[in-house]
Structures are given as structure tokens and as C-alpha cells.
Ligand binder design. Structure first.
Ligand SMILES: NC(=O)c1ccc[n+]([C@@H]2O[C@H](COP(=O)([O-])OP(=O)(O)OC[C@H]3O[C@@H](n4cnc5c(N)ncnc54)[C@H](OP(=O)(O)O)[C@@H]3O)[C@@H](O)[C@H]2O)c1
Length: 331
């Protein structure tokens, strides 16, 4: 089979290549999935650079999520039941940028045929994070403001639709003012474009000087640090990404004065702590919000496996639009 391999850390285009490997054989409790499609996510690119939360041992087969069809199963009941089913997967062990991947059967989630393949390929990382962050972690009440940065990201757009669905009002921060109209059309209540507007001043205007009680930031660096100064008394900021590749820098007084907090979130850790029943409930909720068109991603350019270097470059192009998707094989 063909698969993408990372054998040193660095710029993705310089350190990954497509190689031939034997088709993997599933062991006890595992299934072999013929991969159909997988996205190129920021976490995949950080893994190639060696800057992600988990540093894998090398060589490593990148790709943390995707969709495929279960072809065969090792010993174990559950795996046999999955044969022939279309499944979404999230695996910390990587391997979704390959023609075949072997994963534990319990990590293969059978999906309704109503969910298109492109959306199924991105079932976990962004949709589940958007849902969990807003509904399970922050539990933003109806009518409250939620401020988010990188609002034009795939996840940011999901948060806008999700907030509309649950009656939460959004302040959507973007770095380019040309994005404002699109986000307003999508349902954003307010858009702040940092190339033209002062974040802190605009948040004060919008909230009548109070600031926001709920905020989420995947950018970090200077922008994330400025969000801290927009928090209301008792406000909470959840940080969940480092798109700027820069650390937060702020005065402790910015938290002390309002009694505000900054918390970190990583989906892998959050899901690992849940019991099976709760996990199933979340998966089912995400599936139903996907079918309603709320937790969906726009698809940008699509690539074949042997175009992986171009796909990685495109995934980080400013103003790229929809998500970059690898089409690994046809149905
Ligand atoms: N912690 C977790 O468990 C978890 C789970 C899922 C996702 N995430 C994080 O969520 C974030 C969004 O993911 P995604 O897949 O939705 O991203 P995406 O669709 O690839 O979009 C990235 C967006 O970030 C914006 N951006 C990039 N660098 C920026 C910067 N320095 N300042 C301001 N904006 C910047 C881009 O703006 P332009 O349109 O202007 O180019 C683009 O809209 C990522 O950081 C990802 O790692 C975290």
C-alpha cells in the first residue's frame, strides 16, 4: 500500500514523503480500514514540525482522523460486526494518510450513510471540539456573548452556526476585514476585524463596557493575550490552539483584577476521561448536528495521496477558504 511517512521533524513539505509498505494485518480487537478520505488539520502539520502536544517516535505515519470502510477484523466480536461498515476514526497513533490503517475496533465509529464522505472524514477533530467546548466545557447560556478568535476557520464557522442553534450571541474576531460579510451571513452577531479595529475598544462598545464572560482562542500570541483584557468579571477564556506559533504574554493583573481564568483544552484528553456512555452520547449529538448542517466544514481543494506536499502547503495558505482534503481512494 501507499502511505505518507514522516522520518524527521521540520517543514511538512520537506520532511514527509509517500512510501510503499505492506498492507497491515489487524491483531486482537483491531480492524483494518481501507481509507477513503482524510483532512489536513493544523494538528497534523504541528506533528510534522515536532511542535504538537504529542511528539511521536519516528518514523511516523501522520493523519489523526479520516473515514474509511472496515475490510477485515482480528480476533474479537466487535470488529467482526464492523466489517463492510463505513467508519469515522480518530486515532492518536496516526496513519489516516495511508491507503490502509489498522486501529482498535472501539475507535471505529460507524456512521449513517446520510453523512457525506467529505464530512465524515472530518467527523471528530473540529465538530466534536466545537460542540464540547461550547456545550460541555463552557456551557454558554442562551443570550450570553461568546467571543472567539480565528472565526473564519472551519471550527470557527461551526461555532457560529452552533451558537445560533442554541441562542448564544457571538463576537467573531478575524484578522482580515474581507471575512466580515461572510460570517455575518453565516449568523455571527458581531465581527471584529483586527486589521481595521481595536479589539478591546470594540468589545467594550458591544458589551456596554462589561466585557465577555466566555471566550475561546486557538491563535495564542499577541491576539490571544489581548482577548484576556476583554474578559468580564469572572470571565473564562479557553485556549485550544497555537495558530500564531507564539506564546501568550499578559500581566497577572489582567486576570487578578476581574477574577478571570484561562484554561486549556485538548480534545484527546477530554474524551479519554469520559465513560463509554457519555462518549456515545456526544458522538450521537455531533452526528445529528452534522446531519442538520450545523457541524459541517466547507471543503476547499482536494488532493491525492501523492500530492501530499502541495496539500500541506495549501492547508496553511492565508485566505485559503475551505478545508484541504486528501481523497485516498474511491468508494
Ligand atoms: N485543542 C483541541 O483539541 C483542538 C481540536 C480541534 C481544533 N483545534 C484547533 O482549532 C484551530 C482551528 O482549526 P481549523 O481546522 O478550524 O483551522 P483551519 O480551518 O485550518 O483555519 C485556520 C484559520 O486560522 C486563521 N489563522 C491562522 N493563523 C492565524 C493568526 N496568526 N492569527 C489569526 N488568525 C489566524 C486563518 O485565517 P485566514 O482565513 O485569515 O487565513 C484561518 O481562518 C487550530 O488551531 C486547531 O489546532 C484544537
Amino acid at each position: 500500500m501507499k502511505g505518507v511517512i514522516l522520518d524527521r521533524f521540520g517543514e511538512p513539505k520537506d520532511v514527509i514523503h509517500v512510501a510503499d509498505a505492506p498492507i497491515p494485518v489487524p491483531g486482537v480487537g483491531q480492524v483494518r480500514v481501507r481509507m477513503l478520505a482524510a483532512p489536513v488539520n493544523p494538528s497534523d502539520l504541528m506533528t510534522c514540525r515536532g511542535t504538537y502536544t504529542k511528539i511521536p517516535s519516528l518514523p511516523f505515519a501522520p493523519g489523526y482522523e479520516g473515514v474509511g470502510v472496515v475490510e477485515s477484523a482480528g480476533p474479537g466480536l466487535f470488529g467482526k460486526f464492523l466489517i463492510g461498515r463505513r467508519v469515522a476514526m480518530l486515532t492518536g497513533d496516526g496513519g489516516s494518510w495511508q491507503e490502509y490503517n489498522v486501529i482498535p475496533a472501539r475507535q471505529a465509529v460507524p456512521l449513517s450513510q446520510q453523512i457525506p464522505i467529505d464530512q465524515a472524514a472530518m467527523f471528530f477533530v473540529n465538530p466534536t471540539t466545537a460542540y464540547v467546548l461550547t456545550r460541555e466545557v463552557l456551557k454558554v447560556p442562551r443570550g450570553e456573548w461568546l467571543l472567539q478568535t480565528a472565526s473564519g476557520s472551519a471550527l470557527g464557522k461551526m461555532v457560529i452556526r452552533l451558537a445560533g442553534h442554541y441562542g448564544v450571541r457571538t463576537i467573531c474576531v478575524v484578522r482580515r476585514s474581507v471575512q466580515a460579510q461572510e460570517l455575518i451571513k453565516l449568523g455571527a452577531d458581531e465581527v471584529i476585524a483586527t486589521d481595521e479595529q481595536d479589539l478591546h475598544e470594540r468589545v467594550k462598545q458591544i458589551t456596554g463596557g462589561k466585557g465577555v464572560r466566555y471566550a475561546i482562542d486557538p491563535v495564542s500570541g499577541e491576539l490571544g493575550s489581548r482577548v484576556i483584557r476583554c474578559l468580564a468579571p469572572g470571565g473564562r477564556l479557553v485556549v485550544f490552539g497555537t495558530l500564531s506559533h507564539q506564546p501568550l504574554q499578559f500581566s497577572s493583573r489582567d486576570l487578578m483584577t476581574p477574577g478571570a481564568t484561562v484554561e486549556g483544552f485538548w480534545l484527546g484528553n477530554f474524551m479519554a476521561k469520559l465513560g463509554l456512555l457519555k462518549k456515545l452520547r456526544i458522538v450521537s449529538k455531533v452526528g445529528s448536528l452534522m446531519k442538520k448542517g450545523i457541524l459541517v466544514s466547507e471543503i476547499g481543494k482536494t488532493y491525492r495521496l501523492d500530492e501530499i506536499k502541495e496539500a500541506c502547503i495549501e492547508a496553511e495558505r492565508t485566505a485559503r477558504g475551505g478545508k484541504v482534503l486528501l481523497r485516498i481512494s474511491d468508494q
